[in-house]
Design a protein around this ligand. Structure first.
Ligand SMILES: Cc1ncc(COP(=O)(O)O)c(C=O)c1O
Length: 377
């Protein structure tokens, strides 16, 4: 490890290899790597490049800003942005050749107006709410949206490149909503095609569906979490899916000291030593993304042994009770990683604090230095 007090090590080769596994799983469908939220905390541009090297023909982001940041960094190829507000820089989006998701007539109108102003043909993906109940046009509004999109196509202001939707419960294989959403999506496609639309790509499958439901792949799969080597399926380890977690969080002990039995540790003394012992101070706190809920439960690997955080996680630091283990300032503490060296995984952290691995990796703060390993020069 380098001399950094705290760092996230991102394995770009793992991202490429995971993408290749998912691309193979996607068989005849192309793959869109989802790189929103700074590529789930892994670094938007390096992760996007690594995913493309692994076979992602498409990239997907939530925000237009994220899509524009990819273009500003020179990342080319199709990029879809799907969480659009009323005051987006539509013309910038069209000039940057960003595909835009449309769930409502107002978005279609805004994009068509920008396309006329810019003298361009916009590329849009119409989104239907097949049952998630989040974004997407309600099924009752779908024929009207499709009809308006077809008229705009005939006018030359836009082209419907994609028709898409998103699952509510793909991480629970066999859940009845999966088949219901698949049927609703298939019906929405029929309606779109009946109105004269000929989308290049129909897409529905997130990581879980990419891995477990080939019948939902259509023309394009849309995995996020699995690209980063984490499992979306509670019953399956990354390893069993051929995936390798790409993010590791490490820090170096910044203080080691002996204290007597009965010594309160950290705010509110939520941990009290039961013997004379060694405390180790880890310079990572909730400002860095270590959940405060990890108080007295967060697992780490220190000195070759699994330890549990002692006491309250503070803004900048937490404490370990190292017993009589030899320890010195500068020793490496592995907070989470692939698990290959015995360290906890992001999934272990999610289980310990009652959340999902998505949240563990995306919440890492800006003070933690990012170090990229692997990848193409
Ligand atoms: C619309 C959409 N598609 C695909 C994904 C990727 O999902 P996952 O990370 O579960 O593969 C997400 C992530 O939340 C999403 O919001």
């Amino acid at each position: 490890m380098s001399a950094s007090a705290r760092e996230l090590i991102i394995d770009l080769d793992a991202i490429s290899a995971n993408t290749a596994v998912l691309a193979e799983c996607s068989a005849s469908a192309a793959l869109m790597a989802v790189v929103k939220a700074d590529a789930y905390g892994h670094g938007l541009v390096p992760a996007a490049r690594a995913a493309k090297a692994g076979g992602a023909a498409w990239l997907g982001v939530a925000l237009l800003d994220e899509a524009l940041a990819l273009r500003a960094a020179g990342v080319d190829g199709p990029v879809l942005a799907w969480l659009l507000g009323v005051d987006e820089p539509w013309v910038d989006a069209l000039e940057a050749d960003i595909d835009l998701s449309v769930s409502a007539l107002w978005t279609l109108d805004a994009i068509a107006a920008a396309a006329r102003a810019a003298g361009r043909t916009a590329r849009v993906h119409l989104k239907v709410d097949s049952g998630l109940g989040r974004s997407g046009a309600p099924q009752g509004d779908w024929p009207e949206l499709v009809g308006a999109a077809r008229r705009a196509e005939l006018e030359g202001t836009l082209r419907v490149v994609g028709v898409w939707s998103h699952f509510a419960y793909a991480d629970a294989p066999g859940h009845p909503t999966i088949d219901r959403q698949l049927a609703a999506f298939s019906e929405a496609i029929e309606i779109a095609e009946g109105a004269g639309l000929k989308p290049d790509v129909r897409h529905l499958a997130n990581s879980a569906a990419t891995l477990t439901r080939p019948d939902t792949h259509f023309d394009l799969t849309r995995p996020g979490l699995a690209v980063y080597g984490l499992s979306p399926l509670p019953q399956a380890s990354p390893e069993s899916l051929g995936l390798v977690p790409a993010m590791a969080l490490q820090a170096r002990l910044s203080l080691v000291k002996r204290v007597p039995a009965g010594h309160g540790v950290s705010y509110m003394h939520r941990y009290v030593t039961d013997r004379e012992t060694t405390l180790g101070l880890v310079p990572l706190g909730y400002a860095d993304g270590v959940p405060r809920e990890a108080t007295n439960v967060g697992p780490v690997l220190a000195g070759g042994r699994r330890q549990t955080i002692a006491g309250v996680v503070c803004m900048d630091q937490f404490v370990l009770d190292l017993g009589d283990d030899p320890a010195s300032e500068g020793d490496v503490v592995a907070v989470f990683g692939s698990g290959a060296s015995g360290e906890p995984t992001a999934q272990d952290w999610a289980d310990a604090v009652g959340t999902i691995s998505y949240e563990i990796v995306t919440r890492m703060g800006p003070r933690v230095r990012r170090r990229y390993v692997g990848g193409q020069p």
